[in-house]
Design a binder for this molecule. Structure first.
Ligand SMILES: NC(=O)c1ccc[n+]([C@@H]2O[C@H](COP(=O)([O-])OP(=O)(O)OC[C@H]3O[C@@H](n4cnc5c(N)ncnc54)[C@H](O)[C@@H]3O)[C@@H](O)[C@H]2O)c1
Length: 358
């Protein structure tokens, strides 16, 4: 039986933590009781901003994990810490919500899957894109058979610049530049997780992956893994592609990251276009569907990207109450991680790789 309100501890109170807090604050099913960050002043300022006068604040993850007033841990750390801290949280008997990507390698993923499946409390890898409203609208259309059988998925990430973008601390960019800490490039391995989650969601695991991964200097001086293109071949003649291009002078409307995201799902009798992700360019409807010889673009009222975090958090709380498996389980997240590892390996050796050989 899951306790209500569930007591939440955050490990990592960096850039993305605000959007995680939004799913708990004011939610009677949960209460944030502890915050941890090696930058303890940052954790303190989050506690103040979130109105958490009685939250315990520490710079030591072990101190947070040892507390009896923490039932669920949100792990929001640089990627190299995901595996060790999630394992420590599992060993401490906590329910675990681990930000994507679950870890750096398949060996780490195997350790996490094994620990998660042996644990008597749920472990999920946080993937908000599955709870972004345009994707949920598309999901309903696919489930209702609006486009017949999905045959192809085409995805594009297009970072640019944005006057409304939030500030990203230089440290959050710095660890992403170090592959020992990040596991891979910021657009294919890190942000690409969202696109590979969608490919996995609609098409399953691929048989083969072929990638070209380029390098471009971002206006802030960091290196981006763009321009890049990843091709995926699935069974039964189905395909997918993921394209990344950096447009330094493209103005993108956003409240967070200045990136346009586009997804096209082609089915046997129709096509769905998702025209919005992190940000947007132009005033196209968020989702359009061509079926029965007509363009249906009645999906203009989709909520903003940040709300995908709130829905993803509430989804996990609902799953805990109802005893359901969450999206993504550790095993699902291992499959998603493998797409990125396959893409990076293919780009490294310059030819296609079999997904199961990675
Ligand atoms: N779902 C999404 O769309 C999305 C968007 C951005 C980030 N993320 C993910 O969220 C996670 C965090 O990313 P971020 O952008 O917030 O990074 P960040 O660098 O802003 O935050 C990381 C925080 O962890 C703290 N930290 C580092 N080592 C620590 C340790 N040993 N113990 C305690 N605290 C420690 C840092 O001081 C920092 O405050 C990553 O997994 C990233 O991929 C997801």
């Amino acid at each position: 039986m899951i306790r209500t309100p569930l007591r939440i501890g955050f490990i990592g109170t960096g850039r993305i933590s605000d959007l995680h807090a939004a799913g708990y604050l004011g939610n009677p099913a949960a209460r944030i009781t502890a915050l941890c960050d090696t930058n303890v002043e940052r954790a303190r300022s989050r506690a103040r901003a979130w109105g958490l006068d009685d939250a315990m604040v520490t710079d030591d993850p072990a101190a947070l994990l040892s507390r009896n007033d923490v039932d669920l841990v949100e792990i929001l750390l640089p990627h190299h810490l995901h595996c060790p801290v999630a394992l420590a949280a599992i060993n401490a008997g906590k329910i675990v919500s681990l930000q994507k990507p679950m870890c750096l390698t398949l060996e780490e993923a195997d350790r996490l899957v094994e620990a998660a499946e042996a644990h008597d409390r749920p472990v999920r890898v946080f993937e908000n894109i599955l709870f972004d409203q345009p994707v949920m609208v598309a999901d309903t259309l696919v489930r209702e058979g609006a486009i017949g059988r999905p045959l192809a998925i085409r995805m594009k990430s297009n970072p640019g610049k944005g006057q409304g973008a939030w500030e990203v601390p230089s440290e959050a960019t710095a660890w992403r530049q170090n592959r020992d800490l990040s596991g891979g490039g910021p657009l294919i391995f890190d942000d690409g997780h969202h696109k590979f989650s969608l490919a996995w969601h609609y098409m399953g695991e691929p048989e083969e992956v072929h990638a070209f991964i380029g390098r471009t200097l971002h206006r802030d001086g960091s290196l981006l893994d763009a321009p890049s293109i990843v091709s995926m071949r699935f069974d039964e003649q189905r395909i997918g592609s993921f394209e990344v291009v950096y447009s330094p002078d493209l103005e993108i409307e956003t409240r967070q990251y200045p990136q346009d995201d586009r997804i096209e799902i082609t089915g046997s009798s129709g096509v769905i276009w998702i025209n919005r992700g992190h940000g947007s360019i132009g005033n196209q409807p968020s989702v359009q569907c061509f079926r029965n010889g007509e363009l249906d673009s009645s999906h203009e009222a989709c909520s903003q990207w940040e709300e995908s975090f709130i829905r993803a958090t509430r989804h996990f709380l609902d799953c805990l109450q109802e005893g359901r498996a969450p999206a993504l389980t550790a095993r699902n997240a291992r499959s998603v991680l493998r797409f990125a590892l396959a893409a990076e390996e293919s780009a490294r050796i310059g030819r296609a790789v079999r997904y199961t050989d990675v």
